[in-house]
Design a protein around this ligand. Structure first.
Ligand SMILES: NC(=O)c1ccc[n+]([C@@H]2O[C@H](COP(=O)([O-])OP(=O)(O)OC[C@H]3O[C@@H](n4cnc5c(N)ncnc54)[C@H](O)[C@@H]3O)[C@@H](O)[C@H]2O)c1
Ligand SMILES: [Zn+2]
Ligand SMILES: [Zn+2]
Length: 443
């Protein structure tokens, strides 16, 4: 279905809004995109539930504002699982994945003014032009000039920015789970890392830190609020920390596996609900009980729409009657206190059934789509907080792995095996591990 959607979109044709070349997802597969004399390793999508390490060509400068980045760190995101599963459409075999990465500037195009060869930088997961209506407000995830995809435009009534390693649905850009990546509008999409911020901390400015911060402030956590968070993965954990930093009086996290224990150990001040152990209780009734009968002030969705709980949504999704389950969103709506707020940061792709619009309307619930997070709006201030030690990204990092093993790491991450959550993937160009980094695990 993912590949068929790409064919359909090709038939429709791209829009004419993009200011950078589209659909360069693997330098070997496009004329003029790679250097035939230099090979590199990369992780590629090879079909539903299948990723492989491949050898391909090193990317070359294609446009004057391009930067070629030598990758020194990347990771796997919960969002990559939606690609692995084929939930996000328009992938092609051989597409290089990875939207969170940092590295060293290797080559600059003739119009790059702010960066020099040898500089350490982190990339934002979205590709922004820096000049359009949204970019001028730093709402970089909604850049109007980096994604010409007509299917996304038609389905959503507007489109997001282009994204690294995130299918042709978002422009078709090769990702950073590789040894080199081409970064369009390099001056805009790369943030220099100071010497006191090692890669193992700077990397996460690409996505997870900005996303979690955005989830909290965009949904509107205020002083004294009780916040409930669905999904205790890296995004949920950072959102919990950031809720407290933004004044929340209590945070309650909901999940169903060892991550609940991880949270209990690492974040002792955070309360948890393991929904697999609730018996006759529902998440909503448990939250009402924990929150004076009324429910939390703010609910944050940090899980995803592809994770159906009951058989009804499992069947409907399997039959293509809906693309996403409404179960978590309904739980948030019914759990929140009247006039409370609910924010959706976990990925939802299309349409859902049995949405509890009645509760939403009658009880005045403010349901907010947080969108793909605008990294550029936050990454400078978040970097400062990392420098000052106010944020410790290593708290959520469970493993240090090698790029060469990333295909195996995907399946471990998917199964949440070996206590795996956020990883740091090193390459042959990486510096020795910084203090506090987990030691290397090979697969
Ligand atoms: N909006 C954005 O800009 C943005 C950026 C990055 C990631 N994301 C999304 O955020 C979500 C979380 O990312 P992550 O890296 O932490 O992913 P993850 O897969 O590591 O964690 C998701 C967690 O949700 C839990 N979960 C599943 N069903 C649940 C349910 N019914 N109730 C409670 N918990 C449930 C899982 O057990 C898992 O621990 C993903 O959907 C990811 O795609 C969004
Ligand atoms: Zn991500
Ligand atoms: Zn723009």
């Amino acid at each position: 279905m993912s590949q068929a959607a790409f064919k359909a979109e090709q038939a429709l044709g791209h829009g004419d809004n993009a200011a950078t070349v589209q659909d360069i997802t693997n330098p070997s597969q496009h004329e003029g995109a790679g250097d035939p004399n230099v090979k590199m390793k990369a992780l590629a999508w090879m079909g539903k539930n299948k990723v492989e390490m491949i050898e391909t060509q090193k990317p070359v400068i294609m446009e004057p504002r391009d930067v070629i980045l030598k990758i020194t760190g990347s990771t796997v995101c919960g969002s990559d699982l939606h690609l692995l599963h084929g939930t996000v459409v328009e992938l092609q075999k051989g597409d290089i994945l990875g939207h969170e990465f940092c590295g060293i500037v290797d080559e600059v195009g003739s119009e790059v003014t702010k960066l020099k060869k040898g500089q350490r930088v982190v990339a934002s997961f979205q590709i922004a032009c820096g000049d359009c209506y949204y970019c001028k407000q730093k709402l970089s995830s909604q850049c109007e000039r980096t994604n010409a995809n007509t299917l996304e435009n038609g389905m959503y009534g507007g489109r997001t920015a282009g994204m690294f390693g995130y299918s042709h649905f978002t422009g078709g850009f090769a990702g950073g789970q590789s040894e080199y990546t081409r970064v369009p509008f390099g001056d805009v999409n790369l943030l220099p890392l100071p010497d006191d911020v090692p890669d193992e901390k700077g990397l996460y400015l690409s996505d997870v830190l900005a996303t979690s911060w955005h989830c909290v402030v965009d949904t509107g956590v205020k002083k004294g609020d009780v916040v409930a968070i669905w999904g205790a993965g890296p995004i949920g954990q950072m959102a919990a920390d950031f809720s407290l930093m933004n004044g929340a009086s209590r945070v309650i996290m909901i999940d169903s596996n060892w991550r609940v224990d991880y949270v209990k150990e690492k974040y002792p001040h955070i309360e948890t609900i393991d929904f697999s152990k609730l018996g006759k209780d529902s998440v909503t009734s448990k939250l009402k009980e924990m929150c004076g009968g009324r429910g939390p002030d703010v609910c944050l969705e940090c899980a995803a729409g592809e994770y159906a709980k009951g058989w009804a949504h499992t069947v409907e999704m399997a039959l293509g009657l809906e693309t996403d389950t409404s179960e978590i969103v309904n739980e948030m709506i019914t759990s929140a206190r009247n006039f409370g707020s609910c924010g959706i940061t976990g990925v939802y792709v299309g349409f859902t059934n049995h949405f509890n619009i009645g509760s939403l309307m009658e009880r005045g619930i403010r349901l907010i789509g947080n969108g793909q997070a605008p990294v550029h709006l936050y990454w400078e201030s978040l970097l400062k907080m990392v420098q000052e030690g106010k944020i410790d990204p290593l708290k959520m990092v469970s493993h240090r792995v090698r790029l060469e093993d990333l295909d195996k790491v995907y399946y471990q991450f998917e199964k949440k095996a070996d206590g795996m959550q956020k990883v740091f993937a090193e390459t042959k160009f990486s510096a020795p591990a910084c203090e506090g980094s987990p030691s290397l695990t090979t697969y």
